[in-house]
Design a protein around this ligand. Structure first.
Ligand SMILES: C[S@@+](CC[C@H](N)C(=O)[O-])C[C@H]1O[C@@H](n2cnc3c(N)ncnc32)[C@H](O)[C@@H]1O
Length: 238
């Protein structure tokens, strides 16, 4: 019986790997950094004009750098390649403490993770991104004494937070591809788990998303978008 179970588990693992390889591929964006192409949705994880450039602009310049707390709790919706963790770590001040909770229901296959060129481009030891990916789920992992990550393999729809956050990186697939994630219920939940003055930041500027943010009580800033995109959104819980 045990052997049949082992054979079955190996079969499922191999099948998942095969599907992963077929559905997701690495692509080089215009700034030389990788993104992932997900063929099921015909969607890239980042702007084709530059993955690192877009993430730096949207999530670091207009998100992380906009708050001035010494202890910051961050939630990322859609961890994907781990690029936002890496960039946040590189921009964090030695004196601040970061707790970074990352949600990802569909982790990247190891063969893709290993090829990501972010460490090379950002002059970071390759082991660092590897540590982010291979570290255990549902457990606090110290990247250094001041920077904790906690990865949870779950969808935002099913997430039951035990924390309150100062910053939310809303990095789901575009509203045209994953409409349910951008709806009232999820945004209201984000509002409920943010601290006062907490912010939510995203590359998107969807009209419905803006209307829902306003209805819930966020103060909205419509900012210039990344890499030629007209707009992006930052919203504050007041
Ligand atoms: C636009 S990509 C973001 C990529 C990521 N932030 C990065 O820098 O690589 C969207 C990510 O959301 C994840 N995702 C898909 N459905 C989700 C859901 N229901 N809840 C949370 N994340 C989801 C995808 O697997 C993917 O990794």
């Amino acid at each position: 019986m045990f052997f049949i179970e082992v054979i079955f588990c190996n079969y499922v693992t191999n099948l998942t790997k095969k599907i992963d390889k077929i559905n997701r591929k690495l692509r080089i964006t215009n700034d030389g950094s990788h993104t992932v192409y997900f063929s099921d949705l015909n969607e890239h994880y980042h702007s084709k004009k530059g993955a690192i450039s877009e993430s730096e602009y949207v999530f670091i310049k207009n998100g992380f750098s906009q708050q001035n707390k010494k202890h910051v709790k961050i939630l990322e919706i859609g961890m994907g390649t781990g690029l936002n963790i890496l960039l946040t770590f590189l921009h964090s001040d030695k004196n601040s403490k970061i707790y970074y909770h990352a949600l990802e229901p569909y982790p990247l296959d190891e063969s893709l993770q290993k090829k990501l060129n972010y460490c090379q481009l950002l002059d970071v030891d390759e082991e660092f991104l590897k540590k982010i990916h291979v570290s255990a789920w549902d457990k606090k992992i110290y990247l250094n004494k001041n920077f904790i990550i906690y990865k949870e393999k779950t969808k935002i729809e099913n997430f039951m937070s035990k924390e309150f956050f100062d910053l939310i990186y809303f990095d789901a697939f575009a509203p045209s591809k994953q409409k349910n994630i951008w709806d009232f219920k999820i945004i209201k939940y984000c509002y409920d788990i943010l601290n006062k003055d907490g912010i939510i930041v995203t590359y998107s500027s969807s009209g419905d998303f803006k209307r829902n943010l306003k209805k819930i009580g966020f103060e909205i800033s419509v900012l210039k978008g990344a890499l030629g995109k007209r707009e992006m959104i930052r919203a504050k819980k007041i």
